[in-house]
Each structure stands twice: as structure tokens, then as C-alpha cells.
Design a protein around this ligand. Structure first.
Ligand code: GAP
Length: 453
């Protein structure tokens, strides 16, 4: 049962410490959010799951972590300086500004139809580098992580001796000066991406494109966003980004409407060609500007013919923040209990849950119970499963409700019986079932439940 409204999710996020408006005490800065104590865990867990699947579990992908500040030549040759813009209109009456393609001919603020002609507004943030402001020493905050991968293509190739097909994966911040950031963490000005650039021989690109579509759908299902919650949208030619020959967008039903969660693009030889020295000699399929600024040829020499070949690129590019929103939306449920009361719960997959296990002493001032609870917390923490939380409120019912709401898969209660026979009560989030487990067997029990959960 997905969330009924964005308000419910926003309220849960703030109340329980997942996500806060950035610079809130100064009135907030639009389109920017901060991840709180539980949000940072959830987001890191989602990114770790992506890295595991895209890098560690494959034998054909390398990782990268490139700088966020990017040489302006990179974004000139990539086409972003010229084309990375949205159409901006001003309302002549109330002076508000809007994205022309998101409004229906009238100002959403005051209803006036007197709008300016749309003009392109470049979304990249520009900043000066170093102490001299001479106009030439500027850089951009990267609008996608992908360009750092293309500009390091030769470095990675030389360092790893890879042959096609192979990929380079990267995740991290990207920045876009969105005209109208909105819908909570869906469209922000600073966000994170998880991107893979998978380099293939020309001619094999379409088969790999389909492969990555299937693989990404499977990955989202493993994060709790099932296949039936996603729609595959084949982007029509007139809507394609400047570098793309074909793109599949994975569309998800967010609380505010059906929108893109991830794009899987066939970027052809556009980017490597655009960043290559003497691009005109490379027999590219893509239209790229002649490049005399680069010092490298981003191509591989074909072993049989000796000719230089620029690989094609398939790019699955997912938004981390949109992923967090989708995962939370799918997991969120309000359940009616037999007693007539309701409980709110986040049925997160255990590997994503911010807290894996909460340990609750029945009495918070009982020395022996507290000592046992602390020992159990320490032992569970040492298993390396993620965060184990010592919950010292001393109110078991409240503790269960709180942990249901933040998605903790299991609560372990330490009580008087623990002192007698060294056993604890394990209470499971989804079924609310309670079982008694000897504390010596608790580690294996918890590991097994988290793995199968
Ligand atoms: N390298 C390809 C690329 O950047 P994109 O479709 O512009 O393609 C990829 O972005 C993903 O990044 C999107 O599917 C979305 O999940 C995320 N994304 C893009 N703009 C965003 C924004 N303003 N706020 C949050 N996430 C965003």
C-alpha cells in the first residue's frame, strides 16, 4: 500500500529524522535537503546495494570517484554549455519565473496569461577557482557524474588493461540550478546519482541496452520497488538528450505523479568522441565538434585491423534521492490492528533498513537488565550487519511503535527472564510475532532473518 500523500512521507521524514529542509533555521534554501540520522543510513544502504550489484558482483566493471568541480572545457565539449538548459518564462504581472514546459500557458502563481517568450536557461552552477576572478578561471559543479568517467576513460583503461565490453561506475553529487525544484527530494538543485558507463563495441550496443534495462528492473525489485510499480517509457526521438540515440526511462508512481526514477541511455560514441583529440579522424557515428583542446584520444585500437575504434556507451543513470523516495513510498503502510488501533510501518528490505536491530531493556534503571542489554547490543554490533540501536526509553510498546515506523526489522527485548536463563524476546516488525531466543544463538538468528527478510 503506497503512501497516500507526499505530506505523510515528508512528515515522517522530519519527525523521525530521515530528511530535513536545508538551512531551515534561516528560512530554508529552496531545492536543497539534508539527510538526518536515519536518512543518512538509508541512503548509504541504497548506494551500497548499488555498488555491490554494479561493481563487486560483476567482473567487467571498475569504480571511480571523480572531482565535483569540472573544467569548463569538459562541459563545453560534452555539449552541456550549449544545450543543457530548460525553457524559462517570466510572468509579466507578478514577476515569478517558470519552466515553460511545465505550465499550461498561464502563470501558476497569479493566473496571468502575459508571459514572456521562453528563453533557454542553462542549469549549470558556475564558480571561480582560485583567488583570481579574471573570467577565465572558472569551473562548473558537475551536472552529471558521467563526464568524470569519460574524461578518465584512458586513465582507467591504461591502469586496468580492460578490453570491451567493460564499464566504469560512479556515484555521488550532481548539481543543477533547476528553475522550479519541487516535490520534496524528487527535483532538487543538489542531488546524488548512481551512474554506470558501460563501453561496448559498436553494433553490440542495442543488445547491451536491452540487457541493462532488464538488469536494472531486477535491481529495483530487490530494493522493494517491484516490476509492476515501474513503467518503461521509450523516449521519443524529439525528447532525447543531445547525446542519446535511444533511452528507456523507468517511470515510477511517486506520490505526486508518474515520473522518471532512472534513465537508461544509449549514448553512442558521442561523449568519448567529443572529448578526443582530432575527433574528425575517428570516423564517429555522432556529430561532434572538432576538438583541439583535449590531449587524449579516447579510443581503443582494434587488434585485427589496427584501426582506432571509439566504443559505444550504454548508461544506466539512477537518482539516489528519487530512489530513497520510491523505496520509502513502497515500504510505507498504515495497518489496522485487531484492537482497532492503527500502526504505521516501513516495510523496508532489511539490507536498506537504517537500524537493523533495536535492543530494548525492559527497565532502564535496572542495573542487571541494562548490563545484559548493553552486552547484547555490543555483541550484535560486532557482527558488522549495520547499525544496532540501544533503545533506552524503557517503554517497550512505544519502542516497538517507533521502530515499526522507521523500518527496524527486529526488536530484541531484555527482561527479568534474561537474568535467569540468558534468553531474550525477538519481536519481528512485519508479523509482530515474538519468539524467545537464547542469547548465545541470537547472532545466528538475527543474521538468518536479515538475510531472508
Ligand atoms: N548522465 C545522465 C543523466 O544525468 P538525467 O536523466 O538527466 O541523465 C539521471 O539524470 C537521473 O538523475 C534521473 O533519472 C533522476 O533520477 C536523477 N535526477 C536528475 N535531475 C534531478 C534533480 N533535479 N533532482 C533529483 N534527481 C535528479
Amino acid at each position: 500500500m503506497p503512501a497516500k500523500s507526499m505530506e505523510e512521507l515528508v512528515s515522517l521524514c522530519k519527525r523521525r529524522g530521515f530528511i530535513f529542509q536545508s538551512s531551515e533555521i534561516y528560512g530554508g534554501l529552496q531545492g536543497l535537503y539534508d539527510y538526518g540520522p536515519l536518512g543518512v543510513e538509508l541512503k548509504r544502504n541504497l548506494k551500497a546495494a548499488w555498488w555491490r550489484a554494479m561493481v563487486h558482483e560483476r567482473d567487467d566493471v571498475e569504480g571511480l570517484d571523480a572531482a565535483l568541480l569540472t573544467h569548463h572545457q569538459v562541459l563545453r565539449h560534452s555539449g552541456h554549455e550549449d544545450t543543457f538548459s530548460d525553457p524559462l518564462v517570466d510572468c509579466r504581472r507578478c514577476r515569478s519565473r517558470w519552466r515553460a514546459d511545465q505550465i499550461g500557458g498561464a502563470c501558476p502563481a497569479c493566473g496571468a496569461k502575459e508571459l514572456t517568450e521562453p528563453r533557454p536557461f542553462n542549469l549549470m552552477f558556475k564558480t571561480t577557482v582560485g583567488p583570481v576572478e579574471d573570467g577565465a578561471s572558472f569551473a562548473y559543479l558537475r551536472p552529471e557524474t558521467a563526464q568524470g568517467i569519460f574524461t578518465n576513460f584512458k586513465n582507467v583503461l591504461d591502469a586496468t588493461s580492460r578490453r570491451l565490453p567493460f564499464g566504469i561506475a560512479q556515484m555521488g553529487k550532481a548539481f543543477r540550478n533547476e528553475i522550479t525544484p519541487r516535490n520534496f527530494i524528487f527535483r532538487t538543485r543538489e542531488f546524488e546519482q548512481m551512474e554506470l558507463e558501460f563501453f561496448v563495441a559498436p553494433g553490440e550496443d542495442e543488445a547491451w541496452h536491452r540487457h541493462w534495462l532488464e538488469s536494472r528492473l531486477e535491481w529495483w525489485a530487490a530494493q522493494g520497488v517491484p516490476r509492476q510499480a515501474l513503467r518503461v517509457y521509450e523516449v521519443p526521438p524529439e525528447e532525447l538528450a543531445h547525446y542519446s540515440k535511444a533511452t528507456y526511462d523507468l517511470m515510477y508512481r511517486f506520490p505526486h505523479g508518474v515520473e522518471e526514477l532512472e534513465g537508461i541511455a544509449n549514448r553512442t560514441d558521442f561523449d568519448l568522441g567529443a572529448h578526443s583529440k582530432d575527433a574528425a579522424d575517428l570516423n564517429l557515428s555522432a556529430q561532434v565538434e572538432e576538438n583541439q583542446d583535449s590531449t587524449a584520444r579516447l579510443a581503443l585500437r582494434d587488434e585485427a585491423s589496427g584501426e582506432w575504434r571509439v566504443p559505444y556507451v550504454i548508461e544506466p543513470s539512477a537518482g539516489v534521492d528519487r530512489g530513497v523516495l520510491a523505496v520509502m513510498n513502497e515500504a510505507y503502510a498504515v495497518q489496522e490492528l485487531d484492537s482497532g488501533a492503527t500502526r504505521t510501518l516501513l516495510r523496508l528490505k532489511p539490507h536498506l533498513a537504517p537500524i537493523k536491530v533495536a535492543v530494548l531493556p525492559l527497565k532502564r534503571n535496572h542495573e542487571n537488565i541494562v548490563a545484559n542489554a548493553r552486552r547484547i547490543k555490543r555483541d550484535l554490533q560486532a557482527l558488522g550487519l549495520g547499525r544496532v540501536f540501544y533503545e533506552h526509553t524503557g517503554n517497550i510498546g512505544k519502542g516497538y511503535r517507533r521502530h515499526d515506523e522507521v523500518g527496524t526489522p527486529m526488536c530484541v527485548t531484555v527482561d527479568f527472564q534474561t537474568i535467569d536463563d540468558d534468553s531474550v524476546t525477538v519481536r519481528e516488525r512485519d508479523s509482530m510475532a515474538q519468539v524467545r531466543v537464547p542469547s548465545a544463538a541470537l547472532g545466528d538468528f538475527v543474521k538468518e532473518r536479515l538475510a531472508t527478510g
